[in-house]
Design a protein around this ligand. Structure first.
Ligand code: GLU
Length: 322
């Protein structure tokens, strides 16, 4: 009887003790991602999964909701609505310097890079019956240029500017979200969709296998000029055979997906997040096929234009990587 009483007491004390400590220290952080069918969503979910495994030690509870994409994430981090987010390297550069979509807001000086993730290709998929074979064939067609806030929208606008096009060159310029466009393509509501995304990707797979469609080359002088002019663009290739209907390699250009934050997010938080990813790197790499070739030392540099966050620097120095 006595023994039970003591045990109960101890258990109660333990319960209260633990609850009290957790409540005081628990810190909720959010990572902005992209559409649920993209790779950013997997990046955010994977990082949170690894962070949350150590919640008992560091008290950080991480969530990674679906968002509008790169531009939306950068704006939300600036507004203090998100602590971290995934963003294309071109949009990271433009936010830092107050260009493109970020012109009105001006330079985002508090923006900090944490690491880069996978490469992303500017990907155009067209219905076979549309007759579209090159990017220039999109003229006069129904094209989904993406939701405002997405990276694909920002990047196609950069390419269109280089070509001297505006949306009036299209028969229809729709603004569907990334997660909606494969179905719209196969329902014959649009002729082509645009997605800046890592490969292989479920949404492109859906478009390629649910109806007859092809991956369209995006090359020529305007693309060459973008790549020459700007450090954050590079030529890229979508491997032949990856998607049904496209057996040959498709040339295009691309960016890096990068993980960013701001000086507002404490060094300790970023340190724990970076530690969770790189201490469990083999596990992280297995969470999406687009992560297969990731190399930590390259991830500290590739595609980053904002200064590194101090919390990330602390971890990289501990590892002897810098
Ligand atoms: N690159 C896209 C964007 O910035 C997102 C791609 C993805 O979700 O994987 O909006």
């Amino acid at each position: 009887m006595k023994k039970i009483a003591i045990t109960t007491l101890a258990a109660t004390a333990l319960l209260f003790g633990v609850n009290g400590a957790t409540a005081a220290e628990e810190k909720y952080v959010t990572i902005g991602t992209g559409g649920q069918t993209g790779v950013y969503y997997v990046v955010g979910q994977s990082i949170c999964k690894l962070v949350n495994r150590g919640e008992k030690e560091h008290g950080i509870k991480c969530t990674a909701p679906s968002t509008g994409g790169s531009v939306a994430n950068l704006n939300a981090i600036r507004a203090g609505e998100q602590d971290m987010g995934v963003a294309q390297s071109d949009q990271q550069y433009k936010a830092l310097n107050g260009q493109g979509d970020f012109e009105a807001a001006g330079p985002f000086k508090e923006l900090r890079a944490v690491f880069s993730v996978h490469p992303e290709s500017f990907t155009v998929v067209a219905r076979k019956d549309s007759g579209i074979k090159t990017f220039d064939d999109l003229k006069g067609k129904r094209v989904n240029i993406g939701n405002p806030g997405s990276g694909q929208r920002a990047t196609i606008e950069a390419l269109m500017k280089e070509k001297g096009w505006d949306t009036s060159v299209f028969k229809l310029a729709s603004e569907l979200k990334a997660a909606e466009q494969a179905q719209a393509l196969c329902d014959n509501k649009i002729d082509a969709m645009v997605y800046v995304v890592g490969h292989p990707n479920g949404s492109i797979q859906e478009a390629a296998s649910s109806c007859e469609s092809i991956v369209v080359p995006v090359d020529g002088p305007a693309v060459d000029k973008l790549v020459e002019q700007f450090p954050y663009y590079a030529t890229s290739v979508i491997p032949g055979g990856m998607y049904q209907g496209t057996d040959k390699d498709t040339p295009t250009f691309g960016v890096m997906a990068t993980f960013v934050s701001s000086t507002k997010t404490p060094d300790g938080t970023i340190y724990e997040v970076v530690k969770a990813v790189f201490d469990n790197f083999d596990r992280f790499k297995k969470l999406h096929p687009a992560f297969a070739n990731l190399d930590p030392k390259r991830m500290m540099k590739a595609g980053l234009s904002a200064p590194l966050h101090d919390g990330a620097v602390k971890y990289y120095k501990e590892k002897g990587w810098m």
